[in-house]
Design a binder for this molecule. Structure first.
Ligand code: ATP
Ligand code: MG
Length: 402
């Protein structure tokens, strides 16, 4: 489906009538930041999320509190909105099919269905021009037995519903692999060779209905326990040749999928001179997210157009302009761990540091590993951004990362 241009503000004769309303499936923090970007441009918003209290539901004009597949909920959503997007990749594909038949829906059910399934996703990513990690599909005991030795040590990942390192088990022997697959209840999985990572990066692109595409420069990401901890975004954060290769691969993936919306592609950078790097290449494509991404949150504060602005523009068929980053940025994720024992983090001390932008998502309950917010440090130079981020981490009790 192609998308009409849905201008913000009141429509109808003499500018009277209903404001254009944009819808989003899912009420998490990504939905919240989409809603805020849409509202800043004059759109009304509607969120569909079963949770009575959700980060996006709290700030949206309308919140439909039904299950994602609830017919009435979907009908209400369609009545309200002119176009629909999604904020999480596990939104049931049939819901997006229903929505896509009636309204411009971006990304499409097809693109989301590929991203939801690591087996389909890997096959697709392999077309990007950048290799994927060597892997085997494990859906049967025979496939488990046939896994080549070269994939061990490896990481067994469930094909569906994994995030933040959940649904993943590291295995160094065949015995461990077997018990890991049993522990994952023998669901379809992929086993990936464990690679020596020198770094991880991601690229965010936005592609319009007309195929026009813009991108953010690759950001460097540090994960801890499978969860994004830190993103560094500034010129020179990685070798330019690799950065160009990553951007091109992300654009290829988006074009290949005929993708509309914001897409994030995650990459591994392999240790230079390692046998794996010699055999596979220095850059490996890991996975994609069919939506804005945690590693792109810095774009809210460090770029002239954010990833959420681009989500609004792609959905509404508005022009895309190549974003310009005006400040070096380091983003720190604020996990529920910071609230242990009912303590309140020392925001007063953190906000006393220069260039700190605090974002809290309005979640009422903190738990270990739960993403409660993030902060982005912007500065004139990478060195300043890094040292202020380290100071903020020290105030908050986050272990140093540089
Ligand atoms: P996300 O929250 O990004 O969706 P996820 O749970 O889908 O995460 P992955 O991105 O596949 O998981 O892996 C999480 C992290 O585990 C990676 O960012 C990387 O640090 C590490 N990892 C995953 N696969 C490999 C691999 N083949 N070799 C080495 N490290 C890996
Ligand atoms: Mg990942």
């Amino acid at each position: 489906m192609t998308g009409p241009m849905l201008l913000p503000g009141a429509t109808g004769l003499n500018g009277s009538g209903q404001p254009t309303t944009l819808g989003v499936m899912g009420g998490g923090q990504l939905g919240r930041m989409f809603v805020q970007a849409a509202q800043a441009m004059g759109y009304f918003t509607v969120v569909l999320d079963p949770d009575v209290i959700s980060p996006a539901g709290l700030v949206s004009h309308y919140h439909i509190k039904t299950d994602y597949l609830d017919e009435q909920g979907l009908t209400q959503l369609l009545q309200r909105c002119a176009a629909v997007t999604t904020e999480f990749e596990n939104v049931p594909a049939p819901a997006l099919v229903t929505l896509g038949a009636a309204r411009p829906t971006a990304p499409s059910a097809d693109a989301v269905a590929i991203a939801q399934d690591r087996i389909k996703e890997k096959a697709h990513l392999a077309l990007s021009g950048v290799p994927v990690a060597p892997y085997a599909v494990i859906e049967t005991a025979a496939q488990l037995a046939a896994v080549p030795d070269s994939l061990l040590p490896g990481i067994l990942k469930t094909a569906r519903l994994g995030y933040d390192g959940k649904g993943q088990v590291r295995c160094s022997s065949r015995a461990e692999l077997k018990s890991a697959w049993d522990a994952l209840k023998n669901v379809p999985c992929v086993l990936e060779q464990m690679l020596p990572l020198a770094a991880e990066c991601s690229v965010i692109v936005a592609r319009g209905w007309d195929g026009s595409v813009v991108h953010f420069a690759p950001q460097l990401n540090v994960h801890r326990e499978g969860i994004l901890a830190v993103t560094e975004a500034y010129a020179g954060n990685m070798a330019p040749a690799l950065a160009n290769q990553a951007v091109q691969a992300a654009k290829n993936i988006a074009a290949e999928l005929n993708y509309v919306g914001v897409l994030c592609v995650e990459f591994f950078v392999l240790a230079e001179g390692s046998p794996e790097s010699e055999a596979i290449g220095a850059l490996v494509v890991n996975e994609m997210a069919p939506r804005p991404h945690n590693s792109g949150h810095y774009t809210l504060d460090a770029c002239d157009v954010s990833q959420f602005d681009l989500q609004v523009r792609t959905l509404a068929g508005l022009p895309l302009t190549q974003p310009r980053q005006h400040s070096a940025a380091v983003m720190l994720n604020l996990l529920g761990d910071l609230w242990v024992d009912g303590a309140t983090p020392r925001w007063d001390q953190v906000l006393a540091l220069p260039g700190v932008h605090l974002h809290l998502y309005g979640k009422l309950k903190a738990s270990k590993g739960r993403k409660m917010g993030h902060l982005t440090v912007t500065a004139a130079t990478p060195e300043q951004a890094r040292s202020t981020a380290l100071a903020a981490a020290s105030v908050l009790g986050i272990a140093p990362f540089f």
